[in-house]
Design a protein around this ligand. Structure first.
Ligand code: GRF
Length: 187
């Protein structure tokens, strides 16, 4: 059995996708043991609805330390699914190769500080990129710099807006996130 902890900050639709993929056997032999949020968010409600233990730790001093204490010993993978806090170098180094994140762009482009949510899509459109997509990658102390596990792109249309891009990217995320988790477990 592979034990997952999922970290969230927002609506949690990617968390939901992971919960559903496990339930449907698309991610075999796995379990989400804990959902941790850094703020009140709908993702916590999704955890509640699925009967998954969940906790909220407010951001601020000692955040990464409190988070570290919360991770059960048997955890195989820590999944950042729309998690907006930056975790410390020490936290990253405590779980080498065991933390992954999903990013709404084609890394290494459009990553780093401030590149989250619609800021990313806006930057992509302003740069007149021909394509965008989503990336699942390992988390290392450098923001959005860890090794890429899986990436999928699509062509940006003439009439693309921040909203249409966000919607398309979420669809791509739902497709690649379970595959990326399986890939990590298979390696
Ligand atoms: C996703 O687009 C993800 O790439 C980014 O935050 C968003 C989370 O969406 N890191 P949701 O909370 O899973 O709906």
């Amino acid at each position: 059995m592979k034990n997952l902890v999922v970290l969230v900050s927002g609506s949690g639709s990617n968390l939901q996708r992971i919960i559903d993929a496990i339930e449907q056997g698309e991610i075999p032999n796995a379990k989400v043991n804990l959902v941790v949020a850094d703020r009140e968010c709908f993702a916590l409600q999704r955890a509640e609805n699925a009967g998954i233990p969940h906790q909220m730790i407010p951001r601020g001093k000692n955040f990464s330390e409190s988070l570290k204490k919360m991770i059960p010993e048997n955890t195989n993978l820590i999944v950042l699914a729309g998690f907006l806090s930056i975790i410390s170098k020490e936290f990253c180094e405590s779980f080498p190769g065991k933390i992954i994140n999903i990013h709404p762009a084609l890394l290494p482009k459009f990553g780093g500080k401030g590149m989250w949510g619609n800021h990313v899509h806006k930057a992509v459109l302003e740069a007149k990129e021909k394509e965008s997509g989503a990336t699942v990658h390992f988390v290392t102390p450098g923001i959005d710099e860890g090794e890429i596990i899986l990436q999928k792109s699509f062509e940006i249309s003439e009439s693309e807006t921040v909203e249409s891009l966000a919607k398309k990217i979420h669809e791509v995320e739902y497709e690649i996130f379970p595959k990326a988790i399986n890939k990590v477990f298979a390696d």
